[in-house]
Structures are given as structure tokens and as C-alpha cells.
Design a protein around this ligand. Structure first.
Ligand code: CU
Length: 153
């Protein structure tokens, strides 16, 4: 009988572990480029994937070795708006791109002319370090000129 309870206990423990829900964030294709619309500002684009079974949100970020004002932006009606978080749904993928969601580095204490290291802050996953490749211009690489909405990024 004792073994039965030991076994039962193990089963319950196992079930509890298996049910644990957590996000699993993966970032790819991060780039940083001078903003065509804002003086002394840079836009950051990337793809954030959540392979886990729980939602997570990007709530902030900073750049290693650089002091700047850092904001999360969306584009609404062709204008950039500051937002508090970017939700990354479970088993989902969010693309930060020109004319849409992006990160904004404003008034950095030094000019960005090469690759940078970003520390992204997620609600549940905590801090994740990502290297962003510096590019002069993203317009011609990412989409055709007429699709680029002015006033964004
Ligand atoms: Cu912006």
C-alpha cells in the first residue's frame, strides 16, 4: 500500500511538471538603421518568435554601452506612436518591420555606425541579448519604395 502512495505522489509531481506553461522566445534578423524621419534616432527591426506554450510580452530594451531614450513604437495611420508592450503570443511570431511595430533608439550619447548589442526585456522570459546588424538604409532592402509609409520608423 505504501508503494501505491509513493507512486501516486510521483505521478502527481510528473503531471504538474508536464503542465508547466512558459514562453520560449527566439529572436532573428535583428537590424538597426538610422531613422529617415527622426533626427538622431535609429529604428530597430527583427522577428520575435515564441515557441513556448505561454504568451509573453516585450516590455522594454536598452543598448549595451550606449545611453539613449528607448521606446517601443507602432505605426497608426502613418504616424509613430509609443506603446507599452509588444505581445508575443504562444506558438506565435511577431515581425518588427518598417511601417509597423519597431523599436526606437532616440538621442543616443554616441552615433551608431556599427552592429550593436540589444538587451530585450520580456515580461516572463526576462532579459534576452540580441545582436543587431547595422544597415545604412532598410527601405530598398526590405520592401519597395511605394510601400514604405512615410512617417514611420
Ligand atoms: Cu518609431
Amino acid at each position: 500500500m505504501r508503494w501505491f502512495f509513493v507512486l501516486l505522489g510521483l505521478l502527481i509531481l510528473f503531471a504538474a511538471c508536464a503542465k508547466e506553461e512558459k514562453p520560449e522566445i527566439e529572436v532573428s534578423g535583428a537590424i538597426v538603421a538610422p531613422s529617415p524621419m527622426m533626427q538622431n534616432a535609429y529604428s530597430v527591426f527583427m522577428i520575435i518568435e515564441n515557441k513556448g506554450n505561454s504568451d509573453d510580452s516585450l516590455i522594454g530594451f536598452y543598448v549595451e554601452g550606449i545611453n539613449s531614450k528607448n521606446e517601443l513604437h507602432d505605426v497608426v495611420g502613418g504616424r509613430m506612436v509609443k506603446i507599452d508592450k509588444i505581445k508575443i503570443p504562444a506558438k506565435g511570431k511577431v515581425e518588427l518591420k518598417r511601417g509597423s511595430l519597431h523599436l526606437m533608439i532616440i538621442n543616443p550619447d554616441k552615433k551608431i555606425t556599427e552592429d550593436i548589442v540589444l538587451v530585450l526585456k520580456f515580461e516572463k522570459s526576462g532579459e534576452i541579448k540580441v545582436k543587431a546588424k547595422y544597415v545604412e538604409q532598410t527601405g530598398k532592402m526590405m520592401m519597395q519604395e511605394e510601400e514604405v509609409q512615410l512617417g514611420c520608423g
